[in-house]
Design a protein around this ligand. Structure first.
Ligand code: SF4
Length: 80
């Protein structure tokens, strides 16, 4: 399980989440920020910090945003 960054982040990239993540799981992509599911410890700190409510625990990602679960994971898979 991990937290996931969804579409409201695209083009906003406020980055408030990056500051609060205790394990540096959040990295900048071209269009949005992403959470590395292998590093995230599910603390929830980023979710409350996000000004556009783009972050959800994996199980609570809205139906129309579910593709972002894979998009977050893929971002890191392609880098490892
Ligand atoms: Fe980092 Fe916690 Fe957010 Fe996971 S839930 S990305 S560990 S701040």
């Amino acid at each position: 399980m991990a937290f996931v960054i969804t579409s409201p982040c695209i083009g906003v990239k406020e980055a408030a989440c990056v500051e609060v993540c205790p394990v540096d799981a959040i990295h900048e992509g071209e269009d949005q920020y992403y959470i590395d599911p292998d590093v995230c410890i599910d603390c929830g700190a980023c979710e409350v910090e996000c000004p556009v409510n783009a972050i959800y625990m994996e199980d609570f990602v809205p139906e129309e945003e579910k593709e972002f679960i894979q998009k977050n994971a893929d971002f890191f898979r392609n880098r490892k």
